[in-house]
Design a protein around this ligand. Sequence first.
Ligand code: HEM
Length: 412
Amino acid sequence: MTTQSDALADPLDIMGRLLAPAGKQNPYPLYEEMRAHGSLVDVASGTHVFATGYAECSRALREPDLLSTDGAVQDLKLPGWREHSSWRWLTRNMLFSNDPTHERQRRFFGSAFSARAVAGRRAMIERLSDEAVRHVAQLGRDGAEIDLVPELTYRFATAVIGELLGVPPKDQAPMRAGIGDITLALDPIADMSQLEPGDAAMDTFAEYFYELVAQRRAEPREDLTSTWVKVCDDSGDISEEELVANLMLFLVAAAEAPMDLFSNTVRLALEHPEHAERLRADPAYAAGFVDETLRYEPAVHALNRVAAKDMEFFGLKITEGTAVTLMLGAGNRDPQRYPDPAAFDPQRTDIQPLTFSAGAHYCLGANVARMSAETMVPQLLREIPRLKLTEEAVWRDQLVQRGQARMLATTV
Ligand code: HEM
């Protein structure tokens, strides 16, 4: 007799297909195959658990005994990582640290991104959004096809973080490939040589930011790097190496995921003309639209944690050292949390996407990213009413930070 569970594919097989190129182009059916095994799936005899449920992901992110991938965790998971500057630098930033280091670094950098501080950046974001939209209108005015990823969404994301950190516009476009290579180091790897592009990019950026720090120490300006160098030197609360590691985190985190959020928001608006019309007419409509985009087509699909001790989690016994992968892309479409989860519906109430994480590592730039998307997308739709995408979505071969590789469009 065949029971339902006999008919299900093995979770490791599902994982293998998810990490293959076709799976990364469309992971959602595979998330449903994984969910059929449960909200928590033990894929490797108690050494690796996948969370597909919204409640499970949400609680795991708030659980202090589920650790982020710091150096000690990485020693267990990826022997040899210390030979690679991508991970050497990543484990010096707040995202890949645990307390007390995480708490100390987050306190140092956090106030620059409070709701109040970000509200004070609105005029800057509006100005940069205006510039980015005008740039697209200008490029496309003769009917030429444009790639909106470099020309709009990457450009706008890096204009914002560039101005905040003091990275001048001329340096922003050339950083795109390196930023992409660093985010690739976050995907599961089959062999260590896959880290090499990220290593090279990290070395280049480290040199760049050491130089920027030296310049701002000598001649401070109105940017966060100048503020942080001074506090770093005066207080000694963080080392210069930690400052550089986190400047690189800010650059990468505020470029790649926002670029993907903006690209996804633009595509979903253009694919749903009735919503595009409302976005043009009513700026307040953008908040729910952006939240639903974050839920339905997240820029971050998975996060990793490791159990610091034996624990019971939603009835499952998890032993110390167990890897727990939180499948945010699956959790965001959990039918127990959202009715009709595979439908894109910006008018849902109570949208709380997992995409910015939660708990101690909750994204420090969430307010900046939201405000940027809510400003730029309606402005784009208003200023370029004939904007039209000329091909279906093409996704990068990447799962953890998933986004469109390009987005060809015409404007007239
Ligand atoms: C759509 C845009 C964005 C998404 C989806 C996103 C997503 C995330 C996620 C999932 C985390 C936590 C990962 C974890 O819990 O392991 C995170 C952390 C972080 N993000 Fe974002 N992010 C975005 C934009 C930004 C921006 C614009 C900035 C900076 C201005 C930023 C800076 C950070 C920082 C510094 C952290 C580390 C926080 C900590 O470890 O305490 N992010 N982000």
